[in-house]
Design a protein. Structure first.
Length: 548
């Protein structure tokens, strides 16, 4: 590039030497000065130009261009978009012969590239009459209009009205916020015949601090203004009972800053446990409304690690909490010792506590609230069915419910002991099995005796047995059985949550001393014993006769 420039300069110098008398090409003077008054202005403004220390008695051309060039570069070669704004002369001292003015044009039309003038830096170049080489440069700022915001600070979602003037007449406009285009929700989408407009935008999601709003017209004007985003939080719901969840969302916090939630000045846990804003300063989380010694309106505040903060008001209603907290994955059991805490009830009054159980309401206890409407009560979960149960607290004005989840794990199957399989028992039979251990006490048992192993014909059934054994009474005693018709017995356990184990496998047994109840092999033994006894008796009788 530099080589080509040298070649062009040499060629032009040869042409000028041939066509222009030597006296017509001035020698460059040292310390040329050019001044613009003012050095910025809008399209159509008149600007004064002053110059000194140029070659005396010369004609100078003055150009305005959007291209930044250096001295010794050439108009029409390196500089292709320009407008000749003045032709001036110098006096015997090389100064301007009088005061010159130019009007800021709205377009550059003299060069190869034609373009509209818009806001930004433009460059003033001076050349001699018979030379296109730049001998002096200066900077002129074209003002691209101005805009004004009706609000200079606010939160995300704020409606901001923008008023503008000094732009090109009847030009389409767009609005950017931190270089991203935002919608014009109302007002003008183009300038009027005087280059003015009024429109409204909504502040988009963005982090805490200053943000740049720019209005662009198609010619390239882009006046700007600053808008400061402040922090804001929203809670849902705005009325909640103590111990229940509130969703907290925030905008306008620090980029990826850690958020702390406080309740009336005290930090409280959140979900997720570590709450952070995203890169646009927004976050979403939740927290439980804590219990306290007073009720009414409380303040929830979010504070990030750069101390940006915002708060919202929450109306706290009467609430209760239990400890331990139960769930389907972490249920309680019969006998669980519960701590019940209440707040925001009527002060110095009686509250009643009940427990629901499969449609039945079980009274638990009554207690009194203190001067702040709070109370503390301890109680034990009674025997009740597996699943969800309501714990209900009322003071006659406010009624609040929380949930207790009862475990549903089946107790172990009992291990049978007596009577043993294929054994003979007394008519007043004694049944025995190993005691079952389970978390939900007390454990009861159901016992069944049947004449068939399918238990389709049950001859005896006893329920809610509180011990792991049972002896038939005289009224319950079983009739003697035949060899081919034994009895069968089984047992199962039921825990305090009414969870039932599986039945034990059927066990056969016989009752009484009926010979017909003996098995076949027993008869062979009896026959053999009888034969032996008869032989002994015969031997004894024969010996006795022989002595006589």
């Amino acid at each position: 590039m530099k080589y080509k420039r040298i070649c062009r300069t040499l060629a032009l110098s040869i042409i000028l030497a041939l066509l222009v008398p030597a006296s017509a090409v001035p020698a460059y003077a040292a310390g040329e000065f050019i001044g613009l008054y003012p050095d910025e202005g809008e399209i159509g403004d008149w600007i004064e130009v002053d110059a000194r220390n140029f070659s005396p008695n010369q004609v100078l051309y003055i150009y305005l261009s959007s291209y930044k060039a250096e001295e010794d570069e050439q108009i029409g070669v390196e500089v292709t978009a320009y407008e000749q704004i003045l032709t001036v002369t110098t006096d015997n001292n090389g100064d301007f012969t009088h005061t010159y003015h130019f009007q800021v044009p709205d377009a550059l039309t003299d060069g190869e590239v034609i373009e509209d003038v818009h806001g930004g830096n433009y460059y003033v170049y001076i050349t001699y009459l018979h030379s296109d080489f730049i001998i002096k440069t200066d900077v002129f700022i074209v003002l691209d209009g101005e805009i004004e915001l009706d609000l200079e600070e606010g939160t995300v979602g704020t409606e901001v009205t923008i008023s503008g003037e000094g732009l090109r007449p009847e030009q389409q406009i767009t609005v950017t916020y931190d270089e991203d285009e935002v919608a014009i929700v109302s007002g003008d989408s183009q300038t009027d015949e005087e280059g003015q407009f009024t429109c409204t935008i909504i502040i988009p999601e963005s982090a805490f601090g200053s943000h740049t709003i720019i209005v662009n017209d198609v010619s390239g004007n882009k006046p700007e203004a600053e808008f400061t985003v402040k922090s804001k939080i929203t809670i849902d719901p705005t009325t909640q009972t103590a111990g229940k969840e509130v969703n907290v969302s925030g905008t306008g916090f620090g980029n990826r800053k850690v958020i702390t939630i406080t309740f009336d000045g005290y930090e409280i846990p959140t979900t997720p446990e570590i709450l952070s804003a995203n890169n646009l300063g927004s976050f979403n989380g939740s927290c439980l409304v804590p219990f306290r010694d007073s009720y009414g309106t409380s303040t929830i505040e979010a504070i990030d690690s750069s101390c940006n903060s915002a708060e919202a008001q929450l109306t706290v209603l009467a609430g209760i909490s239990i400890s331990p907290i139960t769930s389907s994955t972490s249920p309680g059991h019969v006998g669980t010792e519960l701590t019940l805490r209440g707040t925001a009830f009527t002060a110095n009054t009686t509250v009643t506590v009940t427990y629901s159980n499969n449609g039945e309401t079980i009274p638990i206890d009554t207690t009194s609230t203190d001067d702040y409407g709070s109370f503390l009560l301890y109680f034990t979960i009674p025997p009740s069915f597996a699943g969800s149960h309501d714990i209900i607290v009322t003071d006659g004005t406010s009624t609040v419910t929380t949930t207790f989840i009862m475990e549903s794990r089946l107790p172990p199957r009992p291990t049978p002991l007596l009577p043993k399989a294929v054994s003979t028992a007394e008519p007043e039979t004694h049944f025995d099995w190993e005691e079952v251990d389970d978390i939900s006490q007390p454990i009861t048992y159901s016992l069944q005796v049947a004449s068939d192993n399918d238990f389709s014909t049950i001859v005896l059934e006893r329920k809610e047995l509180t011990t792991s054994e049972y002896t038939l009474t005289e009224e319950e005693m079983l009739a003697s059985t035949e060899r081919k018709a034994p009895y069968y017995w089984r047992v199962k356990a039921i825990d305090g949550a009414f969870n039932e184990s599986a039945w034990t496998y059927p066990i056969s047994f016989y009752v009484g001393v009926s010979w017909t109840a003996l098995p076949g092999w027993a008869w062979y033994i009896l026959y053999a014993l009888g034969a032996v006894l008869l032989g002994i008796l015969g031997f004894w009788l024969r010996k006795r006769r022989a002595k006589k």
